[in-house]
Ligand binder design. Sequence first.
Ligand code: NAP
Ligand code: GDD
Length: 329
Amino acid sequence: MPTALITGITGQDGSYLAEFLLAQGYKVIGMVRRTSTINFDRIRHFQEDVEIVQGDLLDQMSLISILQEYQPSEVYNLAAQSFVPTSFTQPVLTGEFTALGVTRVLDAIRIVDPTIRFYQASSSEMFGKVQEVPQRESTPFYPRSPYGVAKLYGHWITINYRESYDIFACSGILFNHESPRRGLEFVTHKITNAVARIKLGLDSELRLGNLEARRDWGYAPDYVRAMWLMLQQDTPDDYVVATGETHSVQEFVQEAFGFVDLDWEKYVVQDPKFYRPAEVDLLVGDPAKAGERLGWEPSVSFGELVRLMVQADLEAWERRLKQAAALDQ
Ligand code: NAP
Ligand code: GDD
């Protein structure tokens, strides 16, 4: 039974990757940082099947000790400060987690066991002000946020450790991927959650920032499969993972409100509070290399993604309303 360590197991991707690896027969070790209140919402349903261990990307010794104790053959580094607006207000912290954190994990691997295979969660945010459409592995980078800059450091340090120490290290350049487990501050889940609440009479407006921005949105469970595939190849490499389709925030809004037969223009308010100091206007990836070498392709279309997220939020809010009504009786 192979052993895999996931940093960031409590996040959207970590939870799906853990489920995927368990289904492949892995022993899964999930690293979590110490918090005053435990938040295992995304992993509670399979918590018994994984081993949770405390560690932090800021603490080198914790990473070394975990590798020594559990001896994983694969490490998936998904932990990061992943919200772009927070990277503008907390740029130094973002650099510590999202950039230097990668070096700490790689150095722990170099010291403890350089045969461990390593996956780094890189991002299409590195393309930023895009230099080519669509973006592929060879497209020059031009990050537009402290988060994008930090991820670019993580990408290059992964390549550097591969070339310097012969570590099997891969950088997955993943475009936006969403699901009902997406954090509520990201635009897709913010929209679908609001649509469900408005439909059920719990809210009357949705305040958003830039509606013109375009993203290549895929379905998160598809994307964790690509992470695993990268580490099963004969040689380490870097891959773009995307759908190849781009849609604006406004198109997402229209699709989501349309699904519950509401006119989005009656509810959506544009609020400059949500504009960013520098914006990424257009992302659309070319997943040809992942298709040819990994046999990877997305399974969920844009329309299906929007519908499944709205549906999940509607069901969640209906459940909460029923529970509240039962308590009142
Ligand atoms: P997420 O939901 O924000 O999860 C981030 C995870 O990192 C959480 O488990 C969080 O733990 C953990 N974490 C944060 N700081 C840490 C620290 N100092 N030490 C240990 N753990 C720490 O992110 P996601 O959407 O699953 O994304 C996973 C990774 O892929 C991230 O690196 C993200 O930047 C990258 N990425 C995401 C996308 C996307 O569209 N989702 C696209 C490209 C790249 P807590 O639960 O304690 O907060
Ligand atoms: N969050 C948010 N909230 N975004 C908004 C809003 C709003 O109210 N209104 C408009 N947007 C626009 C943002 O300006 C951005 O152009 C777009 O919606 C997407 O924003 P997010 O959903 O926050 O995602 P992101 O693209 O900035 O970053 C995500 O994808 C990256 C991959 O490209 C994150 O998951 C990153 O961690 C990931 O690397």
